[in-house]
Write a protein that binds this ligand. Sequence first.
Ligand code: AHR
Length: 495
Amino acid sequence: MEKASVYIHTKFHNGRVDERIFGGFLEHLGRAVYQGVFEPDSNKADEDGFRRDVMAALKKLNMTAMRWPGGNFASGYHWMDGIGPKDKRPVVLDLAWQSLEPNQFGTDEFIRLCKKMDWQPMITVNLGTGTPEEAGKWVEYCNLPAGTIYANMRVENKSTQPYGVKLWCLGNEMDGIWQLGHLPSEHYAIKAQQAAKIMKDIDKNIELVVCGSCSISMPTYMEWDRVVLDYCWDFVDYISLHRYVGNYNNDTYDFVAVANSIDRQIEEMAAVCAFVKAKKKSNKNVYLCFDEWNVWYKNHEKDGKGKFAPNLLEEIYNLEDAIVVAEFLMSFIRHADVVKIANIAQIVNVIAPVLTRKQDILIQSIFYPFEMISKRRKGISLKAFVEGKTYESKSYGEISYIDACAIQDKENLHIFLINRSLEKTIELSIDPADIEIEKVENAEILTGKDPKAANSFENKEEIIPEDFCQIKTSGGKAVCEIPPFSFVAITFKVI
Ligand code: AHR
């Protein structure tokens, strides 16, 4: 049998995992909001119109920061359309997705949902067709006590206490020509800086995310980021990264090697931050906010044709997609020193782990790696050194068959492992240098009959995690047999 080893030492670490990397993203797009989380006339809805089955499923992921209302939608959204009596709210044409937006779900509904779900709200202001002043008024509406015009509006809308929204994004993908109100880097940087100043003057406790490059393939990649950081350094706390990946050439080995490129994207963005920090001789840090990430390449239906809640971007996910989703999260954990927030795009119906029908719900394959890691997320990210066979991928260079990362939470050691081989079981030894593995606390595996296997409404359990028993512990170490093309999550008791 093929062999490999993972070595760790608790003194060699990347710092504490920020739990906000288990965030989500809810956009007014297709059936994400309406018929996704919010469907008041459904028999599945609770007293506030939220779908109980969707909430119950998402609760299992224990998501943290929830980004809303977009995405591209945010760049044409005027938040005041979405507050006040529902029968007075305007129906508007959303230009980003060519859909009808009835504004029945707005700021107050979003905050109510966040409270029910224990999510930390993360609001994207409109720096496309909107103004810095409009963004400031939104912060006032959400965060100031009664006494001024916009805070009073919140009170009139039956929320006496401020919402305390801490995380705000300064627009969305403003480097993209498709974005409403797209601007060249310097123009965006000035607008973002103006908005940041107003917003922080209204509430100095908020944290701001400035738009970084929305893709590594943008012609302005890195240069955009340098310019934006140069202007906004003293005003912002995070810079955003986005990444959507896909198996475009139907080459599984190449697809699952994308982890190399995700690691590299993070390291490049961290390098621009370090460059600007050094240039400015600054003592503050700007961290990374990976506020859109996922597999997305099969469904590109983006035109809502003027309809309400059209079926857009309803991607079906299979086993190889789930492996890549695990790779994203493992990369964020490996880079815990710089990646502080991340939001899987998105949470329901639109490129999402959960799909709804009127009376039914489907849990997709990518739900499970998120759940398996999220429930083991607390602790310090340890550097995991992998020794084992590698292969040369077509697009992303040399990569190990085994991917590994580790989190230590006192006497619990969580290990996450991927076997990229499509044919071979790998016997893997886990060898901690300065602690001893005492026993296996629990372990799960996600695998399937082939990389394209997927759950469907007809067969909901094609890809689901199972208990993983192929682990032996002795002499403070562990040896496990990792089956081909699988993702494994183990919690050990250590001394
Ligand atoms: O998540 C779907 C879309 O992808 C978002 O609206 C946009 O920001 C990105 O291009």
